[in-house]
Design a protein around this ligand. Structure first.
Ligand code: SER
Length: 305
């Protein structure tokens, strides 16, 4: 039986994974840099993943054998202080690897991102193995992590698994400062009856995925025998692709008359170097990935959630 540790557990992805495993009756320890939120029903330790000794202590204390390392600074936020972002994204990654080797952790999950790609990646439909020249510090750190997970697997057989996530859509927890956040902000404005000022061009196409599909993908990938995985790096996946304008139309088809103004800012420049779509056929072939939520279904659920 697995005993799971999650770093960054109060974030967008962490909260959903935490709930998923808790509801399944699997032991899961949430850790994050914040004080334990009032009324939290999960096992919780306040812990900064930069703190190696602290990490080692909790892994031993709770007899952890699987780690989900989710703590990170996202793309747009990361540009505000690139040195700090590198430290958070990479030093914590190295700490997790070190602790995993010392404590014989069986499996690690670590999310990568579409931010690893760049202008040379055939952005209309990015293959699994593409040229990768990222433009953000976040993308650079995710690409470095991808190279390292391959390195540690070859050198120490450390089993780290990973997915390159597109924009993740969920309504329960706010995303933490990414380029794809516009879609969540737009959905929230619709629910509140506000107008929305969009920071991307109305025709900017980006890949997206609904949180339920994210959880299915992660749990599926983590459940497989290592031998079925043909790569020791990160897998492309996509739920659907959309633009702000298409998203607005989907919202309107639910009877909501949202007004959107377009004022692209620095995040548009980042989006220009990100994929419109990705080829996720290797994930389907290796571990049976297939999305269940398209734009209309996602928007409907998000508006009613
Ligand atoms: N949603 C993320 C971001 O925009 C992509 O990994 O930063």
């Amino acid at each position: 039986m697995n005993r799971i540790l999650i770093t960054g557990a109060l974030g967008q992805l962490g909260s959903a994974l935490l709930k998923h495993y808790h509801d399944k009756g699997i032991f899961v320890l949430a850790t994050d840099i914040h004080e334990c939120p009032k009324g939290l029903v999960y096992n919780y330790e306040k812990l900064d993943a930069l703190n190696f000794e602290g990490l080692l202590d909790v892994v031993k204390k709770y007899e952890i054998n699987v780690i989900y390392h989710l703590a990170a600074i996202l793309s747009a936020k990361g540009e505000k202080n690139p040195f700090h972002s590198w430290k958070i994204n990479m030093d914590t990654f190295q700490n997790i690897v070190d602790v995993s080797l010392k404590c014989k952790i069986e499996r690690v999950f670590w999310p990568s991102s579409i931010a690893v790609f760049g202008k040379d990646s055939n952005l209309e439909y990015v293959p699994q193995n593409s040229l990768m020249n990222p433009t953000t510090l976040y993308g650079v750190s995710k690409l470095a992590g991808e190279k390292l997970m391959n390195y540690y697997f070859e050198k120490y057989q450390l089993d780290i698994r990973s997915i390159r996530f597109p924009g993740i859509i969920s309504m329960d927890t706010k995303p933490g400062g990414g380029v794809t956040d516009y879609i969540i902000e737009m959905l929230n404005a619709s629910k509140k009856g506000n107008e929305y000022i969009c920071f991307l061009d109305k025709n900017q196409r980006l890949p997206m995925i609904f949180m339920e599909d994210v959880i299915s993908a992660i749990t599926l990938l983590m459940s497989k025998k290592r031998s079925v995985l043909s790569i020791s790096s990160s897998y492309n996946i996509v739920g659907f692709t959309t633009t702000p304008e298409e998203c607005l139309l989907a919202i309107k088809s639910n009877g909501i008359n949202l007004k959107v103004h377009y004022k692209p800012d620095f995040r548009q420049k980042i989006a220009n170097t990100w994929p419109e779509n990705v080829d996720d056929s290797l994930a389907s072939k290796d571990w049976g990935w297939s999305p269940k939520f398209g734009l209309d279904k996602t928007v409907k659920i998000a508006l009613n959630g």
